[in-house]
Design a binder for this molecule. Structure first.
Ligand SMILES: [Zn+2]
Length: 275
C-alpha cells in the first residue's frame, strides 16, 4: 500500500496542503499549493524521498492548488494531470487571479504558472506502478470546476481538494454553493465507510468532515441573507460575527470575508460591485 505524505504550506498566512503518494519506485503529487515557496517545499520533499515524480494531479481550479505546480514539476518530466473541466477553468480564470493575487502575494505568486499538460476523462483510472488513482469529476462546486482523486482499489483514501475544509474558513465567492452541497451529498453517498479524506486545507478527516462543510455553507448563506443590506458595511460585519461564532479560528478568514459581497450579489441583496 503506497504511503501518503502531507506537505502543508503556511506561506503568507495561507495554510494549504499538497500531498505525495509514495509507491515502490515513484511518487505522485496531488496539488501544488499557491506559492513559489510552497511548490519548492513539495519539490524538496520529493528530493528527500529520492524517488522520481511520475505526475502531479490537480483537484480543482483554484490558484491555491495549482499556482505552485510550476515549482513542483521543475526539472522533471512529470505531466500535470486534470480533467478537461478543471483545465478549462484554470486557463479561463488565471489572468483574473493574477490581478488579484499579485498585489496580495507579490513574488510568492509564481510569475509563470504551469497548466495541465495531460487531460483525463471523468472516471479515468490511472496507474503509476503500484499507485492507482481514479478521478471523480464533479463540475462546479467550491470552485468553477472540482474533482476528487481516489487512491487504491478500495478507494478508501480520497484527495478531496476543497470539498471539505477541515475547520478553516471557506471560499464561497464563485457562487456555486448549491452545486457544492449537491456534490457533498453525492460524495457522502458514494464514499466507503471508514474513508480517509485528505483535504486541501487542514488535517485529514473522516466522512464527518462533509457534514461540517455542509453546516458551514448553510450557516454562511443564512448569515448573508439575514444581513441588513441597506447598510452593506454593517451587513458584512454581521456575517463575519456569525461565521466567527460557527468557527472561532482565524485560519483563512480572508477567504470567507472575500465571499460575503459576491454571495450577497448572487442572492440579489447587493448590486454587483466592480471592486
Ligand atoms: Zn483551497
Amino acid at each position: 500500500m503506497p504511503l501518503t505524505h502531507r506537505i502543508e504550506s503556511q506561506v503568507a498566512g495561507t495554510p494549504v496542503n499538497a500531498y505525495l503518494v509514495e509507491g515502490e519506485h515513484r511518487l505522485v503529487a496531488i496539488d501544488g499549493t499557491l506559492t513559489v515557496s510552497g511548490g519548492r517545499a513539495v519539490r524538496d520533499r520529493i528530493d528527500a524521498i529520492g524517488k522520481p515524480l511520475a505526475a502531479l494531479l490537480v483537484t480543482h481550479a483554484h490558484p491555491d492548488h495549482y499556482g505552485g505546480a510550476v515549482e513542483v514539476v521543475a526539472g522533471s518530466e512529470a505531466p500535470i494531470v486534470a480533467t478537461a473541466g478543471v483545465d478549462a477553468a484554470i486557463r479561463r480564470d488565471d489572468e483574473g487571479k493574477e490581478a488579484i493575487l499579485r498585489p496580495m502575494f507579490g513574488d510568492e505568486w509564481p510569475t509563470e504558472r504551469a497548466f495541465p499538460t495531460r487531460l483525463v476523462e471523468p472516471g479515468a483510472e490511472l496507474a503509476f506502478g503500484d499507485i492507482e488513482l481514479v478521478v471523480r469529476d464533479l463540475g462546479p462546486g467550491e470552485s468553477p470546476h472540482d474533482s476528487v482523486w481516489l487512491l487504491g482499489e478500495d478507494r478508501s483514501t480520497v484527495f478531496c481538494g476543497d470539498q471539505g475544509y477541515n475547520h478553516m474558513h471557506c471560499y464561497l465567492a464563485d457562487g456555486h454553493w448549491e452545486r457544492w452541497l449537491a456534490n457533498l451529498d453525492a460524495l457522502a453517498a458514494e464514499l466507503p465507510d471508514g474513508v480517509t479524506l485528505m483535504p486541501g486545507h487542514g488535517d485529514q478527516a473522516g466522512r464527518e468532515l462533509l457534514d461540517w462543510q455542509r453546516g458551514y455553507i448553510h450557516r454562511f448563506v443564512a448569515a448573508v441573507r439575514a444581513g441588513d443590506w441597506s447598510d452593506p458595511q454593517r451587513a458584512k460585519q454581521s456575517v463575519v460575527a456569525a461565521m466567527s461564532a460557527y468557527l472561532p479560528a482565524d485560519d483563512l478568514r480572508f477567504l470567507m470575508e472575500l465571499s460575503i459581497e459576491p454571495v450577497a450579489a448572487k442572492l440579489g441583496l447587493l448590486e454587483p460591485s466592480d471592486s
